[in-house]
Design a protein around this ligand. Structure first.
Ligand code: ZN
Length: 675
C-alpha cells in the first residue's frame, strides 16, 4: 500500500522565499495545468560504498526499464499516443504557435500521468488543441518519428485509431470507474481487461479461489484478462508473455544487481524476483515477498514489479512500479522506536479484542532516502510504502514499512512561504503550531500509518480480504490513518521521545481536518464526486468527526469575512471520536461487512459540499499553487576506467522535466505500442 501526501496543499513557486540559507538547490522544475514538478536530493549517496553505489545504479536502471508497461496498463492506446505526440513535439516547425503550446501541455500531462487520464482523478484529459491541428501535425511529421508499424505504416490509420481516443469525451472517459451501478470493468478505461464484463471477471476468479487456503494466491495480479474465441484467457506479464520486451530489459539489470548484492539474503531476494519474472508464477511471487520481508539488514532496498492494485476497480490487477532506496540511519531510530513498541500499540488500541492481533509480528519500519522513482511511483510519488499487500503474508511474516523522507523534505522546502496556511487556517495559533511541529507530526503520522496502521488488526476466520470490494481500499486507508491519528495524541509518543510535548499532535489534527473537510477539495473538478481512495478516506474521517462531534461542538466550520474555516474546540474529544471510528472501521474490515463499508464511504467519503467546494477552489486559485506535485529523478552516471570497470557513480540534479521524459522515451522504451 502506498501512502500519499496527506496535506499537500503546499508547494508553489516560492517566489516569496528569499532563502539564501537554502543552498542554491532549485526544488521547483516545471509547472503546467494543475501540476508542479519538483526535484529531490539524495543525501548520503556519496557516502555509500562503491558496491552499494553500483547496486543502486543497476537497480535504478532496472526501475526505468518498466516505464512502458505502466503506460500500456493504464490504457491500450497510451503508448501510441505518447510516441505520436513526442514525434510531433520534436519535429514541429512552429513551436511558438498557440496550438503547439496546448499540445505541449497535453503531452506534459500525459507524461505525468503515464497516460491520457489524470493520475489522481482518473478522468480523461481534454485537449486544448484541435483535431485539425493534430492530424495535420501528424501528416507533417517524419515517418521515422511515429509509431506507424502497428498501424500498417499508414499515417491515416494511425490518425483514425487515436483521434477519437484523444478527442471523443465519451470514449475511455475514466481510467478507474468506481461509480455505483455501472459495470466497473467495461466502464473503466484501463487495459487490465478487454472484452469481459464484471460478472465474467468475478466468476473467473471466484472459480480459482480456494477459500479454505490459509495462504491464498493473489490470482489475477500479473495478467490481463481477455476473451478470445469466446473463451476467457489470462495474458501473463512475464518473459515470453505479455510485456516480455520490457521485462527482459529489467532482468538484464537485475542480473547485474544480483552480482553486487550486499549479502546472501539480498541476493536470494533478487534471484527469486528474476525467477518470478521468468515464470509469472504467483506462488513464486509470494515466496519472493516473504524473502523480501525477511531481508532487514541490507542498507539498500528496492521494489520492482506488479505491486499496487489501485488502478483496477476490483483491486485484482497490479500496476508496475519501482523504487530504489537506502536506509536513512539517523531518522530510522524514530521508526524503530515505534515498531519496537508495536505490541503495546496493538494492545492499547480502542478496537474490540477479537479484532486485534494477539501477536504483532515483524513490524519493521525505516526511514529511507529514495534514489529513483519509476512506474507508478513516478513522477507522482507516495511518501510512504507498506508492503507486501498480501494479507496472509503480512499476518505470518510481517511487512516492511517505509517513510520516504527526502521526498517529504522536498515538499516541505518547496512549500515554505507560499501563503497556503495563512489563507486556510483559523488563526495564528494553528499556523504557528503547524510551522513549529508540522514536519515532524506529519512524518510521525506517516510512520504510524505505515508501520502500525496497516499491520494492525486481524480478519475473523473465513473473511476474505476482498470482501469489501470497491470500498476495500478506502476502508483500509481510513483504518491506517485513524490508527495514526489516535496514537499521535497519545502520551506514549512523548514518553518515547518521538514528539517534543503534548501540544504537538494538535498540528496534525488541525491540518488533517482542514485537509479532509476543505482543502483537498481543490483537487476535485466542479460537479465531480471524490473517487480516489485516500481522498475518500480523509473526507470520511473528517466529516464523520464533524457530524458526531456536532452536539458538543468538538469541531466546527465557522465563517469569517465570508470565508469558511475549520475550528477545533476540543482536541481531546476529537481524539475520542477518532478512537470510536477506528473501532468501527476495524470491525467492518474484520467482519468483511460490505454494507457497513458502503454505508460509511457513501455517506461521508464520496459526495462533495458544492458551496464549500466552490469557495475552496476560488481561494486556492488566488494563491496560484499547483494542487498536485511530482518529481524528476536525479541522473546517475557511472565513471568508467580504461579497463571498462565502474570506479564511481556520480549523481546529477540538472535534468529538466521535458529533457528527462524525452530521454526515458528513447532509452527506456522497448515495448510495441500495442500489446
Ligand atoms: Zn496506506
Amino acid at each position: 500500500m502506498t501512502y500519499l501526501l496527506s496535506a499537500c496543499g503546499g508547494g508553489g513557486n516560492n517566489t516569496n522565499i528569499s532563502a539564501p540559507e537554502e543552498e542554491q538547490f532549485c526544488y521547483s522544475v516545471d509547472k503546467f495545468a494543475d501540476i508542479e514538478v519538483l526535484r529531490y536530493k539524495v543525501p548520503g549517496f556519496e557516502e555509500l560504498s562503491l558496491n552499494q553505489k553500483k547496486l543502486v545504479y543497476f537497480l535504478s536502471q532496472a526501475a526505468l526499464e518498466g516505464r512502458d508497461i505502466l503506460f500500456d496498463q493504464n490504457n491500450k492506446y497510451n503508448l501510441t499516443i505518447r510516441k505520436t505526440l513526442e514525434g510531433i513535439y520534436e519535429s514541429y516547425p512552429n513551436k511558438d504557435s498557440e496550438e503547439f503550446k496546448a499540445m505541449e501541455t497535453y503531452l506534459k500531462r500525459v507524461w505525468f500521468s503515464n497516460g491520457i487520464h489524470h493520475h489522481y482523478a482518473t478522468d480523461k484529459f481534454r485537449p486544448e488543441f484541435t483535431e485539425k491541428f493534430f492530424q495535420e501535425a501528424i501528416m507533417q511529421t517524419n515517418d521515422s518519428l511515429l509509431p506507424l508499424q502497428a498501424y500498417g505504416n499508414d499515417k491515416k490509420k494511425l490518425i483514425e485509431a487515436i483521434t477519437p481516443v484523444i478527442f471523443d469525451t465519451t470514449l475511455y472517459a475514466k481510467r478507474v470507474n468506481q461509480a455505483e451501478g455501472a459495470d466497473l470493468i467495461t466502464s473503466s478505461a484501463n487495459n487490465y481487461y478487454e472484452n469481459v464484463t464484471e460478472k465474467e471477471v468475478d466468476a473467473f476468479y471466484d472459480a480459482m479461489r480456494d477459500t479454505t487456503d490459509a495462504t491464498p494466491i493473489s490470482y489475477g495480479l500479473n495478467s490481463k484478462l481477455t476473451k478470445e474465441n469466446g473463451k476467457l484467457i489470462e495474458k501473463t506479464w512475464k518473459v515470453g508473455g505479455m510485456y516480455t520486451a520490457a521485462i527482459e530489459k529489467i532482468l538484464f539489470w537485475l542480473e547485474k544487481a544480483k552480482d553486487v548484492a550486499e549479502n546472501d539474503k539480498q541476493k536470494a531476494v533478487i534471484e527469486k524476483l528474476i525467477e518470478f519474472y521468468h515464470t509469472g508464477d504467483l506462488k513464486t511471487f509470494d515466496e519472493y515477498s516473504i524473502l523480501w520481508v525477511k531481508d532487514q539488514d541490507s542498507r539498500i532496498d528496492f521494489v520492482n514489479g506488479f505491486i499496487e492494485t489501485y488502478g483496477d476497480p476490483l483491486g485484482l490487477k497490479a500496476s508496475w512500479e519501482s523504487i530504489v532506496n537506502f536506509k536513512n540511519i539517523e531518522a530510522t531510530r524514530r521508526t524503530e522506536t515505534i515498531s519496537q513498541n508495536a505490541q503495546w500499540f496493538e494492545d492499547h488500541s480502542p478496537v474490540a479484542q477479537e479484532f486485534k492481533k494477539p501477536q504483532v509480528k515483524g513490524v519493521s519500519a525505516k526511514v529511507i532516502t529514495t534514489a529513483i522513482l519509476a512506474g507508478d511511483c513516478y513522477p507522482a510519488t507516495p511518501i510512504g510504502i507498506n508492503l507486501p499487500n498480501s494479507n496472509w503474508i503480512r499476518q505470518l511474516h510481517g511487512s516492511k514499512s517505509v517513510t520516504i523522507e527526502n521526498i517529504t523534505d522536498a515538499y516541505d522546502k518547496a512549500a515554505r512561504g507560499n501563503g497556503f496556511k495563512e489563507e486556510f487556517a483559523w488563526s495564528q495559533e494553528e499556523i504557528d503550531r503547524m510551522n513549529q511541529y508540522g514536519f515532524i507530526t506529519d512524518n510521525i503520522h506517516t510512520d504510524l500509518h505505515e508501520c502500525l496502521g496497516h499491520g494492525s488488526g486481524q480478519l475473523l476466520p473465513g473473511v476474505s480480504q476482498d470482501a469489501l470490494r470497491a470500498y476495500g481500499a478506502t476502508i483500509e486507508e481510513a483504518r491506517a490513518d485513524l490508527f495514526g491519528l489516535y496514537y499521535e495524541a497519545d502520551d506514549k509518543l512523548v514518553e518515547l521521545g518521538l514528539l517534543p510535548n503534548k501540544e504537538a499532535y494538535k498540528a496534525e489534527y488541525y491540518s488533517y481536518m482542514m485537509n479532509g473537510l476543505m482543502t483537498q477539495l481543490m483537487r476535485i473538478e466542479p460537479g465531480n464526486d471524490i473517487e480516489e481512495a485516500h481522498m475518500r478516506n480523509r473526507q470520511l474521517i473528517a466529516r464523520w468527526i464533524l457530524e458526531k462531534g456536532a452536539p458538543e461542538k468538538v469541531v466546527e466550520l465557522k465563517k469569517r469575512d465570508g470565508k469558511t474555516f475549520v475550528v477545533i474546540n476540543d482536541y481531546e474529544k476529537m481524539r475520542n471520536l477518532v478512537g470510536q471510528l477506528l473501532a468501527e472501521i476495524q470491525r467492518i474490515k474484520s467482519e468483511g461487512d460490505f454494507e457497513g463499508a458502503k454505508n460509511l464511504v457513501e455517506t461521508y467519503g464520496v459526495k462533495v459540499d458544492e458551496a464549500l467546494h466552490k469557495e475552496v477552489k476560488e481561494r486556492y486559485a488566488k494563491l496560484k499553487l499547483a494542487p498536485y506535485k511530482g518529481f524528476v529523478n536525479p541522473v546517475y552516471e557511472p565513471v568508467v576506467n580504461a579497463a571498462g570497470e565502474i570506479t564511481d557513480i556520480k549523481v546529477r540534479y540538472d535534468e529538466g522535466y521535458i529533457e528527462q521524459m524525452l530521454r526515458y522515451g528513447k532509452e527506456n522504451s522497448h515495448l510495441p505500442v500495442l500489446n
